[in-house]
Design a protein around this ligand. Structure first.
Ligand code: CP
Ligand code: NVA
Length: 305
């Protein structure tokens, strides 16, 4: 059976740990100079309709590192804006590829494509999910704390794609997830109800006071206030999120061992200040580098099955 990663819900908690272990193993080998050619001759096709620095290039670097190669095309170039049917595009492109990654506005488009594709389809970000970011974040947190279970991640900001995937990731690994969010920007009610249904006993909460939320945080995490596609709302969002900036004053309320994370790109001076991004608690560039290690671990895991 072809396995996909359209959302973390495609994985079991055991799968998540297996992918993290695969990534950690390949990272250690990479750092010792090894370049295992596990995917020689394999083809990665990437189809994006939004810009990307980390996701696109870490995926391509990962495939090259493992002995394969990458093809890049926009969804428009692929013909998904009306040139031909999704069924035909998915059938043809998957016949050339071993893995397909997709970055789209619509989550449904990725899920529909995966149903037809003959090779694994990986969500490279949609408006609702960013599973590879969340897996990378778990890898990075585990490197910093030596464990996941029992830790508390406080996401200060929008109840967006990154927040929702992190909420799922925390529920799957026994971490507590708190979203500190202004009124009007919460994660959707149906999403929270579904998550609680799938993972009874998971600890996922939404609050409106970041100052009290960060006092028990192991990780303080933030993301842009206006995601790709929300550029016209940027000013309204800046006003709404003004009290939700992660700055030194907020980080000083958290325990000394608390780490700061951001999926990037960051709007420095808005959701996070320079002193926090570049400060000693920040692990954002370790996190960004880990996108590549996670991608290698994920590709190797997916194609080994
Ligand atoms: N974090 C992340 O997905 O970054 P890009 O948008 O640059 O891929
Ligand atoms: N929430 C952001 C994440 C970017 C990696 C966006 O969707 O633009």
């Amino acid at each position: 059976m072809t396995r996909h990663l359209t959302s973390l819900y495609d994985l079991t908690p055991q799968d998540v740990l297996a992918i993290l272990d695969s990534a950690a193993d390949l990272k250690a080998r990479h750092e010792s100079g090894e370049r295992p050619q596990l995917l020689q001759g394999r083809v990665l096709a990437q189809m994006f309709e939004k810009p990307s620095l980390r996701t696109r290039n870490s995926f391509e670097a990962a495939m090259i590192n493992l002995g394969g190669a990458g093809i890049f095309l926009t969804t428009e170039e692929a013909g998904l804006s009306g040139r031909e049917s999704l069924r035909d595009v998915a059938t043809v492109l998957s016949s050339y590829s071993d893995i397909i990654t997709m970055r789209t506005f619509s989550q449904q488009l990725i899920e529909d494509f995966a149903k037809i594709s003959s090779c694994p389809v990986i969500n490279a970000l949609s408006d609702e999910r960013h599973p590879c970011q969340a897996l990378t974040d778990l890898l990075t947190i585990r490197e910093s704390f030596g464990r996941l279970e029992g830790l508390h991640l406080v996401f200060v900001g929008d109840g967006n794609n990154v927040a929702m995937s992190l909420a799922i990731a925390c529920a799957m690994t026994g971490m507590k997830f708190t979203l500190a969010v202004p009124q009007g920007f919460l994660m959707p009610q149906e999403f929270c109800a579904d998550l609680a249904d799938r993972f009874p006993g998971s600890q996922v909460e939404q609050v409106h006071d970041p100052s009290s939320a960060v006092r028990t945080a192991d990780v303080v995490y933030t993301d842009v206030w206006a995601s790709m596609g929300q550029e016209e709302e940027a000013e309204r969002r800046q006003r709404a999120f003004a009290d939700f900036q992660v700055n030194a004053a907020l980080m000083n309320l958290a325990p000394a061992a608390t780490r700061f994370m951001h999926d990037l790109p960051a709007k420095r001076g808005l959701e996070v200040t320079d002193d926090v991004m570049d400060g000693s608690s920040s692990i954002v560039f370790q996190q960004a580098e880990n996108r590549m290690h996670l991608a290698r671990g994920l590709f190797a895991w997916l194609l080994a099955e």
